[in-house]
Design a binder for this molecule. Structure first.
Ligand code: PEP
Ligand code: MN
Length: 287
């Protein structure tokens, strides 16, 4: 028995199975100039929401840890200026309220990162807010562990969206990509009743690979993408303090979204997102 995918509201916007939802922005907010330049490019290119981390979980304690609370006004000002919802990561329970207050009523989505995917107290806490939550799959979590973790959020009343962002496999060990994107998990999460926003960035490791995973995700029926985009200089280098290697250029993001929207049309025209797909009719459709 398949569960129905229910639309989720973020302010006036609806994330629904009928139209993909694209989220883009830097890994971390670093300055007002950086946030504005990226927003000025990704929103006209098709981003429905702007993302940026201020509370950053970093593997290395010496890496930039984010602007923390002080970065929230910049982040929400970008959302207000462009009239788009914000997506930002919450790492600890006490930050749930800090983020809500800083939003001053502007619509936003909490992101729970892969490292906190089974932090059940945090999941309960965001689950009680009523705000939508994007739950990233931990790189070592099974599909069923993440479905159960998402239920901690929905049990409290908040809507949950699952984000597949790659898991550790033998390929990671061989240095082929950072993580292996588990494409079929999109279908499993949806069949369990969760909309899926796929993150091609953290799996790709290198910017030149991101579009491949993004388009593969859309072709697999994901309900949207969460993509990191950065400012790339004339030598092709991104100087971001966080995840610079996989930050997509503005132009590549725009192209990925344009092509992605036509992939979406194919999927919908052929009802591929329903069961019993008729491949023959799919092949006859002109987009
Ligand atoms: C991020 O979105 O910047 C991030 C840290 O992602 P993940 O939790 O999937 O590693
Ligand atoms: Mn990142």
């Amino acid at each position: 028995m398949l569960n129905e995918l229910k639309p989720i509201s973020v302010g006036d916007i609806t994330i629904s199975p009928d139209k993909n939802f694209y989220i883009a922005g830097p890994c971390a907010i670093e300055s007002e100039e950086q946030a504005n330049e990226i927003a000025d490019n990704v929103i006209p290119a098709g981003a429905d929401a702007f993302r940026g981390g201020v509370f950053k979980p970093r593997t290395n304690i010496n890496s930039f840890q984010g602007l923390r609370e002080g970065g929230l006004p910049t982040l929400f000002n970008v959302g207000r200026r462009h009239g788009v919802p914000i997506v930002t990561e919450v790492m600890r329970e006490e930050q749930v309220e800090v983020i809500r207050k800083a939003s001053r009523g502007h619509p936003f989505i909490y992101q729970v990162g892969e490292r906190n995917a089974q932090n059940f107290d945090l999941l309960r806490k965001v689950g009680e807010t009523g705000y939508p939550v994007i739950l990233k799959r931990g790189k070592g979590n099974t599909v069923s562990e993440i479905i159960k973790a998402a239920e901690y959020i929905t049990t409290g009343g908040s809507p949950a969206i699952i984000s597949e962002r790659g898991i550790v496999t033998f390929s990671s060990a061989a240095g082929v990509g950072k993580h292996t994107l588990d494409i079929l998990s999109v279908a499993y999460f949806q069949e369990a009743g969760f909309l899926v926003i796929l993150d091609p960035s953290h799996a790709a490791k290198e910017r030149r690979f991101v579009w491949r995973l993004g388009l593969a995700g859309i072709a697999a029926g994901a309900n949207g993408l969460l993509t990191e985009v950065g400012i790339i200089d004339e030598n092709g280098v991104c100087h971001a303090q966080c995840d610079a290697g996989h930050a997509m250029s503005f132009q590549d993001f725009k192209t990925m979204i344009q092509v992605g929207k036509s992939f979406e049309q194919i999927m919908r025209a052929n009802l591929l997102l329903k069961q019993n797909v008729d491949i023959n009719s799919m092949l006859k459709v002109n987009v």
